[in-house]
Design a protein around this ligand. Sequence first.
Ligand SMILES: [Zn+2]
Length: 103
Amino acid sequence: MRSPYTLENPPPDEPPREVLVPSLWRVQARWWKRHTPALDQRGVKHPVCSHCGQSWPCHSWACWDGQLGQAVGGPPVTGRTEAPAPTEPSRVLALSGVDAEKH
Ligand SMILES: [Zn+2]
């Protein structure tokens, strides 16, 4: 997912309170900032990453941004927890089906 951070509003060096692993945050925030366009690139139409030279947003930045987004919480986290839920009722049904056959 996208983090709430932008070039104008970069992630803080010190993790927000909701971040579970502060040491990981510091690494992620550092790489997020490395994979951003240089200052003279920021006004142009097709900026490139100052670290890896790819057109920006580069792949690495997107990865770090996604990790920061997860660290501060967001919709994909709830979406992921919903995913296992549908398997529960079907498993219960299958078990009860086996049970019914026995009797
Ligand atoms: Zn990059």
